[in-house]
Every structure is written in C-alpha cells, then in structure tokens.
Design a protein around this ligand. Structure first.
Ligand SMILES: C[S@@+](CC[C@H](N)C(=O)[O-])C[C@H]1O[C@@H](n2cnc3c(N)ncnc32)[C@H](O)[C@@H]1O
Length: 300
C-alpha cells in the first residue's frame, strides 16, 4: 500500500477544501498518470497534493466559477502581483471596520479575483455562501483577520513554482473540461453536494444535476478513463444524496473524514463519512474489492 505523506500547502483557504482528505484520496491514484484533471477544482486540493508528490506529469484545473479560474491564473502566472494586491486589500481592513462589507460590495459589482480571495480568507470559518444571483453573501469572521499577507505570498509562490508550465486552466462546465481525457490520464471529481448545496444560501456559485453527472460517468466508463468521484456522504445517520446506479461501473468506498466542518459550525459532534466512487479497473492496493454496489471501508 502507498504510504500517506504529509499535507500540502493551500493558497485558497476554503472550508470545503479536500486538503485534509487529499493524502488518502491520492493514495488511490495509480502511478504514471499523464494528466490529472480536477474539473470541479475549487481550491484544487487534489491537484496541489498530487503535484507536490509527483503523481502526474500535467494538470488541468477547471471550474464553472469563472472568477475562481481568474484567481488560479493569477496564483500560477502572476504570484508577485497577486501578493502585492492581496496585501493592500488585507491591510486596509486594519483601520476600517466596514472594510469587509465594502470589499464584498465591490466584488459583487466587479468580480475581482483578489477581492474574492480576501473574502474567502476573511469570511466566517472560510465557509463561502452565494445568493441565487451569484452574489457573495457570507459575513466577516469577527475573530480572525484572514490569511496573513506574508503566508499568502509564500504559499502562492510555492504553488506557482509547482504548477507553472504544466497546468491548463479551464473555465466552464466539467463535462467539456474532461472531454479529451484518455485512459492514461486520471480525473478527480468533487461536484457540489446534492443534499447540502441547495436552497437560498448556496455553498457554490453553480449547481449540478445528478442525471448530468451519471451520463458523464457512463461516457468515461466507455472511454476507459479512470476516475475518483467524491460523492456526498453522511454525517452521523444523515445521508446526503442517492447512491449511483449499477450502470456506473465504479466501486463505492467510504472514508471516515472525522468531524465535518459543517457539523463543527453547527456545534454538533457528528462524524462525517465521505463516499468515493472509484472507477472499475483501478487497482485498489492488494485488497479484494467486491463489485459495486457493496460498500468497502477502505480507511478506518
Ligand atoms: C465541492 S467544490 C470543490 C472543492 C474542491 N475539491 C476543493 O478541494 O476545494 C465544487 C466546485 O465545483 C464547481 N462547480 C459547480 N458546478 C460545476 C460544473 N457544472 N462544472 C464545473 N464546476 C462546477 C463549484 O464552483 C465549486 O468550486
């Protein structure tokens, strides 16, 4: 079994990030991957971890939230400019108690990626929320000032060194992003949760229909493109999302993810279990993995 290596760095401090789970998810990625696709990238935790440990030659970071991809472009191509502007926005909060709200209003007007980064870093528990019109709605966290500029500077320069020259950014729908993926590539998908993302105060700028996802998985199966899909899960006894049909040829694995950040936010102690669908054909260590849909507790 591949060893679990330490956590990697994180330039976008986002609550829904898979950074803590990345060491275990990336254990399942086979050796010799040419291009690793992360079409629901958000903070791209799997890309950064896999790049840190040399798990793929090239990377594709995609997201339908265009401003986020603009931010990724700055992180990778213009880290010095990004750091300077972030520092200006961050320092301006120190003598202006209304600063966060002013930045939020400006962001909702002009969609500046650096203002988005500041809002993510400074908002309540880094838990972003959007209105149905796509406006950022989360409030400032009164107890924290957000990632300090010197840490941000170090992190974005490190990520830029890691990915520059071997990453493609994609602004748009996941299905188009992964259109060219081949059997020698690998796709990690972390779509918005069915059970938790809907309603007036959304966690993501975009949502996804389950049927659309299932059709895309069928196409990947036909093309023999290996993938891992993070798919809802459960907290305590509460299960999010319906299981995928058998026609999706993938093993269902469960990872114990500790206390969910959402449960922590709500003051509950419920344990979160993360479901992963792993495409057939992937070697799951030396374990005798039963056929779908039986569940396998790979990680204690
Ligand atoms: C659960 S988050 C991904 C979090 C990510 N794994 C991380 O580590 O930060 C889901 C992301 O998918 C994006 N998204 C939603 N619908 C999409 C679609 N149809 N195509 C591409 N991206 C989409 C959202 O903007 C959001 O950034």
């Amino acid at each position: 079994m591949k060893s679990i290596k330490p956590l990697s760095i994180q330039p976008i401090p986002y609550q829904g990030s898979k950074r803590l789970l990345a060491p275990r998810i990336c254990q399942l990625i086979p050796d010799g991957v040419e291009t690793l696709y992360e079409p629901f990238a958000g903070s791209a935790a799997i890309t950064i971890y896999a790049a840190t440990y040399g798990q793929a030659e090239r990377f594709v970071i995609g997201d339908s939230f265009g401003v986020l991809i603009d931010l990724w472009e700055m992180i990778i191509e213009r880290p010095t400019e990004l750091s300077k502007r972030y520092s200006e926005v961050w320092h301006a909060q120190l003598d202006n108690p209304r600063h966060f709200n002013e930045v939020r209003a400006a962001y909702n007007d002009k969609a500046d990626p650096i203002q988005l980064l500041y809002l993510v870093a400074r908002c309540v528990k880094n838990a972003v929320r959007f209105s149905k019109h796509g406006h950022f709605t989360q409030s400032a966290d009164k107890r924290r000032t957000g990632m300090k500029p010197d840490k941000l500077t170090r992190t974005v320069h490190a990520v830029s060194r890691l990915l520059k020259g071997r990453v493609k950014l994609y602004k748009g729908d996941f299905d188009a992003c992964i259109r060219d993926a081949r059997p020698s590539d690998f796709i990690y998908m972390d779509p918005p949760y069915q059970g938790t993302s809907y309603g007036p105060d959304q966690r993501y700028a975009a949502q996804l229909e389950c049927e659309t996802l299932i059709e895309a998985l069928h196409r990947l199966g036909k093309r023999s493109v290996p993938y891992i899909l993070s798919y809802d899960g459960r907290t305590g006894y509460k299960t999010y999302g319906d299981p995928l049909p058998n026609s999706v040829k993938a093993h269902l694995l469960e990872i114990s993810a500790g206390r969910s950040s959402q449960a922590t936010l709500n003051g509950s102690a419920a344990e979160t279990v993360e479901s992963l669908y792993v495409s057939h054909g992937l070697e799951l260590f030396d374990m005798d993995v039963p056929q779908h849909p039986q569940q396998e507790h790979l990680f204690a």
